[in-house]
Design a protein around this ligand. Structure first.
Ligand code: TRP
Length: 324
């Protein structure tokens, strides 16, 4: 049987270059060789955003549009909305019976977010169970390969442990899923921290040329390089980090900067050109797609049908295994 790929993202707003280089470029590659399921994890969004659900649906359409903009082909991959496939919730319930509480309480992302996120009350049962729902997503499609960002690793480790425990209890042989990361799992934001919407340091997919210019002009460079002839220290330079991504000859630029034959303004202008060239087709495509709600809904409808078929098959099998 063809190996399956499954991944998802919470529909929490526009996607940026961190998503693109950290996750989506793998999604795009995998669709040529595998049966790929990509879902908008709206129930996962609900675990933290339960108090205000008004944006979740709209965000799902936006995220589907952004995936297509990034190169996901809805004719090849199955794009769907988690909450439209009710079997996720049934399998979540079943897996929650065999998941020890301690595994969830010790999960590093859980502990970190409980400590860091202060503007939402995360003392809810659903948030603790977040990785169990994620395990259900994976097992429901018997997915082998899970292309994710680094921040999801501890959830994937739990998914493996839960699958193993299921296999031990019921004598089954479900595959333990394997994560894959891109070459550039961590993209720096405009301010040198990790690119993240909540830090307000992102370059979004489909950004206009003017905004790109503005954002690059305001990027930090090495504070010790003031004049062109000052030797640059590229380790402290955000602009250099972007050159590394967009220019395979970035080492030439590194040399020029270090020996003092290029200044920061010129270097920024070169980056602006590359960024605009990279972004232009995405921006055009995004403009067309984002207003075509009917098309996006059609994509989801097709995805729903296909995902339901696979989910039904797995649940039938699980009912038999559990003697229900
Ligand atoms: N938790 C993931 C995130 O926030 C989204 C997600 C939900 C997911 N279910 C999944 C990713 C299953 C991979 C596999 O990014």
């Amino acid at each position: 049987m063809c190996k399956r790929v499954l991944s998802g993202m919470r529909p929490t707003g526009r996607l940026h270059l961190g998503h693109y280089f950290g996750i989506l470029c793998n999604w795009v590659k995998l669709q040529h060789d595998y049966e790929c399921y990509y879902m908008s994890a709206d129930w996962h969004a609900l675990t933290t955003d339960y108090a205000d659900t008004s944006k979740i649906n709209e965000n799902t359409l936006e995220i589907i549009a952004d995936w297509i903009v990034a190169g996901i082909n809805p004719e090849k991959s199955i794009l769907f909305k988690q909450s439209e496939i009710l079997q996720h919730s049934e399998l979540f319930l079943i897996l929650s019976m065999i998941t020890p509480l301690g595994w969830l309480q010790r999960c590093p992302t859980y502990k970190k977010q409980i400590n860091e996120i202060k503007n939402k009350n995360l003392n809810n049962y659903g948030f603790l169970g977040y990785p169990v729902l994620q395990s259900a997503d994976i097992l429901l499609y018997k997915a082998d390969i899970i292309p994710i960002g680094e921040d999801q690793l501890s959830h994937l480790e739990l998914a493996r442990k839960i699958t193993k425990r299921f296999n031990n209890f019921y004598g089954t042989n479900f595959t333990e899923p394997r994560e894959i990361f891109t070459k550039t799992p961590r993209i720096m934001g405009l301010d040198g921290r990790k690119m993240s919407k909540s830090y307000n340091n992102s370059i979004f997919l489909g950004e206009s040329s003017d905004t790109l210019k503005y954002k690059v002009k305001n990027m930090f460079t090495d504070p010790l390089k003031i004049k062109k002839t000052d030797p640059g220290h590229f380790k402290n330079c955000v602009v250099f980090e972007f050159h590394k991504i967009f220019d395979k000859y970035y080492k030439n630029k590194q040399n020029k900067c270090e020996v003092g034959i290029i200044d920061c303004t010129k270097c920024k202008n070169q980056l602006i050109e590359m960024l605009i060239e990279f972004m232009r087709p995405l921006t055009d495509k995004r403009k067309r797609l984002i207003s075509d709600k009917a098309y996006l809904e059609k994509v989801l409808k097709t995805g729903r049908k296909k995902a339901t078929e696979t989910a039904n098959k797995t649940m039938e099998e699980i009912h038999k295994i559990l003697k229900f």
